[in-house]
Ligand binder design. Structure first.
Ligand code: FAD
Ligand code: PYC
Length: 433
């Protein structure tokens, strides 16, 4: 790529001449200086006239794409444009569940790649993303779910993903606060992934941002893309609220706003945008050290390091762009969880918020070339893309650098909707839709 500032692929991030390394020694040194010597984690970049690659959206997926472009492919003349603040979209609004217990081979390969990258992400980025593989269980509360999860456990063992189907006694042992003999749906077992868990969502965005900035990439916040230009069927640049920027490679990584960006480029995406909400309770003493998802009654819960119960349910039943969500959904979610965990019945809820998720018909993502030359799209993660950030970034960087998908992104192209080659994950997607 001409004019690219090249960095040898595979170089370890965090040892750049300019970048302060975080360590216990750095902490001690800074403590002696009253913490006045810390650097900014990333530069506040001004837009240049042109870049080799422009990425729209500084959520986890956009930032991870940029990071692996630099790390794996040596491409660093990259701008990441963000209309708000980095990590302010779904990446900073999700409930941080990480798992790879999907049914289809293509999904298991993508999500397990991602989960395995999470295992060492803090060391790789020299930034504590607080990955906590505390274990994730998906409760089976109907005979249909028992059969479905047993099937997934078998598929996972063939795919090399460590999950197992466990009975109700083991569920109770792992999570004593569950009411296994529930009033409507008793717990019949669960799909258990011991190395699933959670991570700190903001830290994932911040860690990638810091590493990208260290590689010389420009993260440009408060810079909304308002138009996309092309000539002879190939992208030439973008219009933004901070001026025009030329590029021959453009990645649209804007989650719930993907259809808006696609319309600017002149094509359509099979995406629906829906609000999904979550809430947290007042902090309480540690009472739960696993993540539990109860998809039949329709709710899930984990406990944060601060002690808050982190709670979510399903998407709203209609398309919208409000980062809020409807009130009756909270009621339905809380009712489901009180039934599953009676001890939370008198907890006060502290905060509630929403994000706009990008849903495909088969509940699988899109990592793809598009009808416009040089434009690539990464979207359709719906309710479950936080767990996928490292793997998606890895695969998307490959797609951008080579202009064609590698083995991980291959099955997730847009053409699957035309060819009827769906990757059906409507059950494994984790929340009911
Ligand atoms: P985002 O983080 O939304 O980033 C896209 C960015 O694009 C935004 O910052 C936006 O401002 C920017 N943008 C949009 N339009 C423009 C424009 N015109 N110009 C410039 N910038 C623009 N996933 C899990 O795996 N586990 C979970 O437990 C989980 N829980 C969830 C709970 C909730 C309540 C929600 C809402 C989502 C949840 N998800 C979960 C899904 C997950 O959050 C998303 O799939 C993931 O964060 C998507 O990341 P992203 O980088 O694609 O999108
Ligand atoms: O994908 O595991 C998931 C998830 C949980 C809550 C929202 N999404």
């Amino acid at each position: 790529m001409q004019g690219a500032r090249q960095r040898p692929p595979g170089r370890r991030i965090g040892k750049g001449p300019g970048l302060q390394r975080y360590s216990v020694f750095a902490l001690a040194r800074q403590a002696r200086r009253h913490h006045l010597g810390w650097q900014r984690a990333w530069r506040d970049a001004q837009p240049k006239r042109a870049y080799d690659v422009v990425i729209v959206g500084a959520g986890g997926h956009g930032l991870a794409t940029a990071y692996y472009l630099g790390k794996n492919h040596g491409i660093t003349n990259v701008a990441i444009l963000e209309k708000g603040w980095l990590g302010g979209g779904n990446t900073g609004r999700n409930t941080t569940i990480i798992r790879s217990n999907y049914l289809q081979d293509a999904s298991a390969a993508l999500y397990e790649k991602s989960r395995s990258l999470y295992e060492t992400l803090s060391q790789e980025l020299n930034y504590n993303v607080m990955y906590s593989p505390r274990g994730v269980m998906m409760l089976a509360q109907t005979e249909g779910e028992v059969r479905g999860y047993r099937r997934t456990a078998h598929a996972n063992s063939l795919q090399g993903v460590a999950t197992e189907f466990i009975g109700p006694e083991r569920v109770k042992q792992l999570c004593p606060i569950i009411e296994t003999k529930g009033p409507r749906y008793p717990v019949l077992g669960a799909l258990w992934q011991p190395r699933g868990g959670t991570a700190r969502h903001d830290a994932v965005a911040w860690g990638y941002a810091r590493a990208c900035s260290d590689m010389g990439m420009d993260i440009i916040q408060r810079c909304e893309v308002t138009g996309i230009s092309s000539e002879n069927g190939h992208v030439t640049g973008v219009e933004t609220t901070r001026g025009s920027i030329a590029t021959r490679k453009l990645a649209l990584v804007t989650a719930g706003h993907s259809s808006v960006l696609a319309e600017m480029a002149g094509f359509r995406l099979p995406i629906e945008s829906l609000p999904l909400q979550a809430l947290v309770s007042e902090p309480i003493k540690p009472c739960m050290d696993v993540v539990v998802m109860a998809n039949t009654v329709h709710g899930y819960m984990s406990q944060s390091d601060k002690g808050e119960m982190v709670i979510g349910g399903g998407t709203d039943g209609y398309n919208a762009y409000t980062q809020r969500g409807s009130f009756h959904h909270i009621e339905e979610t809380v009712r489901a969880l009180v039934e599953t965990f009676p001890i939370i019945s008198r907890l006060k809820m502290l905060r509630q918020w929403g994000g706009i998720v990008d849903m495909t018909g088969d509940r699988s993502p899109i990592l793809s070339t598009t009808p416009v030359g040089g434009i690539f799209v990464n979207c359709g993660w719906g309710t479950g893309g936080f767990k996928a950030i490292p793997g998606s970034g890895w695969a998307m960087a490959d797609l951008l650098a080579r202009g064609a998908p590698g083995p991980i992104a291959g099955p997730f192209g847009l053409e699957r909707f035309r060819e009827g080659r769906m990757i059906d994950e409507s059950v494994a997607a984790g929340v009911a839709h």
